[in-house]
Design a protein around this ligand. Structure first.
Ligand SMILES: [Zn+2]
Length: 317
């Protein structure tokens, strides 16, 4: 169950029957007990995996979270209770959780109201209240908040936290220079290109943030990167170059796929990813296309305009 990936560092593959379906937790052995990094989603299946991997009497020093997505924090409350251990997340991560928590508490719309940000961009119909309830189901108050650049003890190692926004505004990697190990979270993955989503205008330009965050980790000497999903990354720089090239290629397809009179991000995502009907199944393709189009707009290659309640992008020049 626990697979050793480096001296004193073990990986636990946590499976669950929905969403990403699998997440890598990392467990660091230390004098004061185990430190767990990321939890998996809340499900019976994942809880069974944890129970089999770590007996109830296991001494757990703390639980550290890379970012506030459900597959990384979903079992934080359960693990805290099970092992009587504190939970640490970045201040930005707790800000994100509180933002959705407050939105739900102050929600005055009807149960069936659609999420307006997606509707404006021609995206799938998603009920706003149900979405907020889903995000808020993982809510908890952390025991300690981490800052960017802070030293964090993980087992007998000392890692440095490194803010890497893009996949989420609150995403952190953790880096140990002497062992050249990067705890990568969902910042760099081997099998897939990490989703770079946007949930509201306030988030600005997540793809720009992401590409800048890739630069930050590309500069680091790394022998192995431990990702939040899939296999270990031994050639981080090559993988980063592939991810950059993938975004460039898709952005070229977007520029070629836009019609003369302009299109919504929803329409362009259907052209680029070749599907007929926009639905929740295509949320990821829609979100990736939208963040790429916002990036192209910031580069002066597209211009956004309002048309009949929708936001339409046109080629510049
Ligand atoms: Zn994530």
């Amino acid at each position: 169950m626990l697979v050793q990936v480096a001296e004193g560092i073990y990986q636990l593959s946590v499976e669950f029957p929905f969403g990403m379906r699998q997440m890598n937790s990392y467990i660091f052995k230390g004098e004061k007990g185990l430190t767990i990094v990321d939890t998996g989603s809340y499900s019976e299946q994942s809880i069974e995996i944890w129970k089999r991997a770590l007996p109830a009497e296991t001494k757990v020093e703390k639980i550290v979270l890379t970012h506030s997505h459900t597959d990384h924090i979903g079992l934080a409350r359960w693990l805290r209770e099970q092992f009587q251990a504190p939970v640490l997340i970045s201040r930005l991560g707790f800000d994100e959780m509180q933002k959705y928590h407050r939105k739900l508490q102050n929600y005055t719309g009807s149960d069936t109201a659609l999420y307006p940000f997606f509707a404006r961009h021609g995206g799938p119909f998603v009920q706003e209240k149900a979405m907020l309830e889903q995000v808020d189901a993982d809510y908890f108050e952390p025991d300690e908040l981490l800052e960017n650049g802070q030293e964090v003890e993980l087992g007998d190692y000392v890692f440095q936290s490194l803010w890497t926004p893009g996949h989420s505004p609150d995403h952190f990697c953790f880096y140990n220079r002497s062992s050249r190990i990067l705890l990568a979270g969902d910042h760099v993955l081997n099998e897939i290109s990490p989703l770079i989503p946007i949930w509201s205008e306030e988030e600005g330009n997540p793809l720009r943030d992401y590409l800048e965050s890739l630069e930050k980790v590309a500069e680091l000497p790394v022998d192995v990167a431990l990702p939040g999903h899939g296999s270990l990354i031994y050639d981080l720089q090559t993988r980063i170059a592939e991810l950059r090239a993938g975004h460039e290629q898709r952005m070229q397809q977007i520029l070629e796929g836009i019609s003369r009179h302009g299109n919504t991000a929803g329409e362009v995502s259907q052209a680029v990813y070749r599907f007929d009907n926009m639905s929740f199944r295509h949320l990821a393709e829609f979100l990736m296309t939208l963040t790429r189009m916002l990036y192209l707009e910031s580069e002066g290659k597209l211009r956004a305009e309002q048309r009949e309640g929708k936001i339409v992008f046109r080629l510049v020049g």
